[in-house]
Ligand binder design. Sequence first.
Ligand SMILES: [Zn+2]
Length: 89
Amino acid sequence: MLPPIDSNDILGHRAGMSESSEEAGLLDFWERNICPHCGNSIPEGKRVGGGEKRLGGFCSLDCLARYYQLEFAQRAAHVAEIFRRHQDS
Ligand SMILES: [Zn+2]
């Protein structure tokens, strides 16, 4: 079973904001099977997440939990960092 994700809580932090870099990154990582927390590729069928692309897909429950322990601003920075790492390589 997946831990419950309160999307209202998550998304409420960006009330009034336009599409964030965090959300754009999560969607891109989802398409590419990359974990937004550790940056590793996700084995087929192993993705875990809240069931919505915009909430991201992770390689493990551990990554999912750690990611959502971050503050909103930290998550955006973290996504940007992983994003850069994959663009450079
Ligand atoms: Zn991971």
